[in-house]
Structures are given as structure tokens and as C-alpha cells.
Ligand binder design. Structure first.
Ligand SMILES: O=C(O)[C@H]1O[C@H](OP(=O)(O)OP(=O)(O)OC[C@H]2O[C@@H](n3ccc(=O)[nH]c3=O)[C@H](O)[C@@H]2O)[C@H](O)[C@@H](O)[C@@H]1O
Length: 401
């Protein structure tokens, strides 16, 4: 059968034409003027030709479908080979986003089947285009606010805008995504008995009075402030996870993600890392919101992805902080970026953002103990890689203008 598959489309067509010609030639010869035995032989030849034509048609169809199903895997990044028993089907919602696409890469490299689902509000097809057509990969355009039906073993639920200007752009949609979206996925997890991980956030701690923040801290969130659509959205998502676990036995994981950065952040992301790097690269003023005494702790995206996978594969249903405890004031952070870029940007102060958390640093003892996880990439190392990425992105933008 392999031999037949190797027959090229053009040779199949050529043979088809030759046989069709012979068919008509012989048909014209099968007239009653020939003796019975000769015309009998001709009729049986005609029958054989018809059978061959049928077979050619079948091979033609088979080859076309083989071409559809078997892309050349050498054109893709390398993936681990796994047999059916060890290969999982994994759904990643928000799979074309900044964090989602890096998670998809890692799961693909590990040899699993991955379904990346996104509504492309902040995600981009470009982030996963290197997998499109791979037999282990599927890209689905879908909004989690509507139910989605599929058979999977694990669900990483990352779908939601995460940058403050993005989640504040349509606060009602942000609440719907985190509440209705999470209910829809928990319903799916319950039906197909999939393990589900929620990408929650350090924002559940609000503007914290406890520092650094352990998972046992309940937080301080303004329920009617501009950030509440996201903060309360994620808080209710956590509550839903716990309720489905208690009531419906869904196997849950909750990751509380602290500020994360790295390549594939959007130029218009609007968060501090991308804003400062782009401003520095363009020698434009670096904009600090407020006095700059507020602090953040920044983790590189590959550490987060390792943490998410370690959490999914752990046994804990407790929330776990994933972040890098290396803490800086925003004022200090602006100088670090300017120096790394070698920029001449002035540093300017703008009005403070409303309800901006004044301090943030993860207590990662639980992650260390339960997942044996801690961040590996220093902030400076990660920033250098991210600066390279944005430099190239800006060059591409200039080329497009
Ligand atoms: O990066 C993240 O992972 C987190 O980012 C945001 O939280 P936030 O800490 O407010 O993120 P940024 O917008 O990056 O702001 C960090 C600090 O820098 C300041 N900032 C931001 C942008 C800017 O141009 N200038 C500036 O001073 C902000 O006011 C804030 O104090 C999201 O709300 C979180 O869900 C998300 O997990």
C-alpha cells in the first residue's frame, strides 16, 4: 500500500487518461461484425479496464486524504514521541495569548496533544503559528463565555485579559469571561472527568496589608473600584473551582500568578514591563504612574510555565503562588530598564492609577514545598531576552510603516 501512496498525483492522472483512451478505443471495436470469441475477449478486457479505472480513482482519493492527514513533521519544532497510553489530550484556553502560547509550546514539546482555544481579544494566531498543521495540535477560535464540548484529560484555563487597560476596556466582558467562562469549563471538566487548572492572580490580594503575600492571606479588594472586574472575577473563579471540587468532585488546581513578563508580550500590552522597554528603546519618556514607590516582583515566563505544569501534575487542590520574590520599586525598575537598554529616556511622573496596589511580593514557600518549584531565571537575565524581543518587534513595525 505504501508503494501506491508514493505514486504521484500527476502519474495517477496520466495513467487514468491512457486507460480512458483505451476504453473508448476498445468500445468502438466491440461491434457484432467480429466473431463471438474475439468480442468475448474484448469485453473481458473492457471489464478489467473498468476495474483498473475504479482502483485508480480509489488510490487517488486515498492519496489526497493521506496528504491532508500527514503533514511533514520535520517542518515543525521537535516533539517528544509518546505512545497512546502516555499522551494526554490537553485544552489550553487563552492558548494563543502571551502565557498560553508558551505553555502550549512546552506541552507540545513534551509530546502531548494540545488544543489551543482563544477568542483573539488579546491572543494572536501568530504566537502559535509554528504548530499549525502539526498532527498533535489544534487551534480553535472560540469564546469561553459560550460552552465548548470536547474530550480532554486536562484543562489549563487561562482565558482572560490580564493587563489592566485591557481588562478595564470592557469590564462586563471581563467579569463574564471569569465567571461564566469558568463555569462552562468546570462543567466540561465534570462531564469528561478532566483535571482543571485555573490561572488566578496575585490581584486576589488587592492592595495588600500583609507583605509578602502568603496563600493564607484573604486580601483587600475594593469591590466597586476600576480593578474589581478582574480582581473579583478571579476571586469568584477561585470560589467556583472550590465549589465544583467539593460538590462535583472535579479535580482542581489554582495558580495565583504574580507579575510575569517575556517575549510575545504585545507591543500595546500596557503593563509596566512592555511600556518601559518600548519607551526606553525609542528614547521617549519613561512614564511612572504616581510617585514610583509602589513595588512589584517580576518573574520570567518560562519559570511560570514550569510552575503551571508542576502544579497540574501535583496532588494539591490548594491555591499556590507562582512568582519571583525579587522585589523592586517601580522607580528603581525604570532605571534598571533604562540602563539595560542604554537609553537616554527621561523618567517622568504621571498621575497615579486608581486603587494601584502599593506593594506586591509572593511568598513562595508553598510552591517550594508542594511542587519543588522555584524560579530559575533572574529578572535581569529575563529582561535582556525581553528587550531583544521588543527590539525586533519594533524593527518589524518600522518596516510595516
Ligand atoms: O503583570 C502581571 O502579571 C499582572 O499585571 C497586572 O497587575 P499590575 O501589577 O498592576 O501590572 P502593571 O500594569 O504592569 O503595573 C505595575 C506597576 O507599574 C505601574 N506602571 C505601569 C505602567 C506604566 O507605564 N507605568 C507605571 O508606573 C503601575 O501603576 C503599577 O504600579 C494585572 O492586573 C495582573 O493580573 C497580572 O497578573
Amino acid at each position: 500500500m505504501d508503494f501506491y501512496r508514493r505514486i504521484s498525483l500527476s502519474s495517477v492522472v496520466t495513467v487514468g487518461i491512457v486507460f480512458t483512451f483505451l476504453y473508448y478505443l476498445i468500445s468502438s471495436l466491440t461491434s457484432p461484425v467480429y466473431p463471438n470469441d474475439v468480442s468475448g475477449q474484448i469485453l473481458s478486457m473492457q471489464q478489467q479496464i473498468e476495474e483498473l479505472q475504479h482502483e485508480i480513482g480509489r488510490l487517488h482519493r486515498e492519496q489526497s486524504s493521506a496528504n491532508l492527514q500527514r503533514p511533514n513533521e520535520s517542518n515543525y519544532p521537535k516533539v517528544k514521541s509518546r505512545n497512546e497510553d502516555h499522551r494526554l489530550r490537553i485544552l489550553v484556553t487563552g492558548g494563543t495569548g502571551f502565557v498560553g502560547s508558551h505553555l502550549v509550546d512546552k506541552l507540545m514539546h513534551e509530546g502531548h496533544e494540545v488544543i489551543a482555544l482563544d477568542n483573539y481579544f488579546t491572543g494572536r494566531r501568530k504566537n502559535v503559528e509554528h504548530w499549525i498543521g502539526h498532527p498533535n495540535f489544534e487551534l480553535v477560535h472560540h469564546d469561553v463565555v459560550n460552552p465548548y464540548y470536547i474530550e480532554v484529560d486536562q484543562i489549563y484555563h487561562l482565558a482572560s485579559p490580564a493587563s489592566p487597560p485591557h481588562y478595564m476596556y470592557n469590564p462586563v466582558k471581563t467579569i463574564k469571561t471569569n465567571s461564566i467562562g469558568t463555569i462552562n469549563l468546570l462543567g466540561l471538566a465534570k462531564r469528561v472527568k478532566a483535571k482543571m487548572l485555573l490561572a488566578s492572580t496575585s490581584e486576589v490580594y488587592g492592595d495588600p496589608e500583609v507583605h509578602p503575600q502568603p496563600e493564607t492571606y484573604w486580601g483587600r479588594v475594593n469591590t466597586i473600584g476600576p480593578r474589581s472586574c478582574y480582581d473579583e472575577g478571579k476571586r469568584v473563579a477561585e470560589s467556583l473551582m472550590v465549589a465544583y471540587n467539593k460538590q462535583e468532585n472535579v479535580d482542581i488546581r489554582i495558580a495565583r500568578i504574580f507579575n510575569t513578563f517575556g517575549p510575545r508580550m504585545h507591543i500595546n500590552d500596557g503593563r509596566v514591563v512592555s511600556n518601559f522597554i518600548i519607551q526606553a528603546l525609542e528614547n521617549k519618556p519613561i512614564t511612572i504612574y504616581g510617585g514610583g514607590e509602589q513595588t512589584r516582583s517580576f518573574q520570567y515566563v518560562s519559570d511560570l510555565v514550569d510552575g503551571l505544569i508542576a502544579l497540574m501534575n501535583s496532588n494539591t487542590t490548594l491555591p499556590v503562588n507562582l512568582g519571583n520574590p525579587e522585589e523592586h520599586t517601580i522607580k528603581n525598575f525604570a532605571t534598571i530598564i533604562r540602563d539595560l537598554v542604554g537609553s537616554t529616556s527621561p523618567i517622568v511622573n504621571k498621575p497615579a492609577a486608581e486603587d494601584d496596589p502599593q506593594q506586591r511580593r509572593p511568598d513562595i514557600n508553598r510552591a517550594a514545598k508542594l511542587l519543588n518549584w522555584s524560579p530559575k531565571v533572574s529578572m535581569n537575565e529575563g529582561l535582556k531576552l525581553t528587550i531583544d524581543y521588543f527590539r525586533k518587534e519594533l524593527e518589524k513595525e518600522r518596516f510595516r510603516r
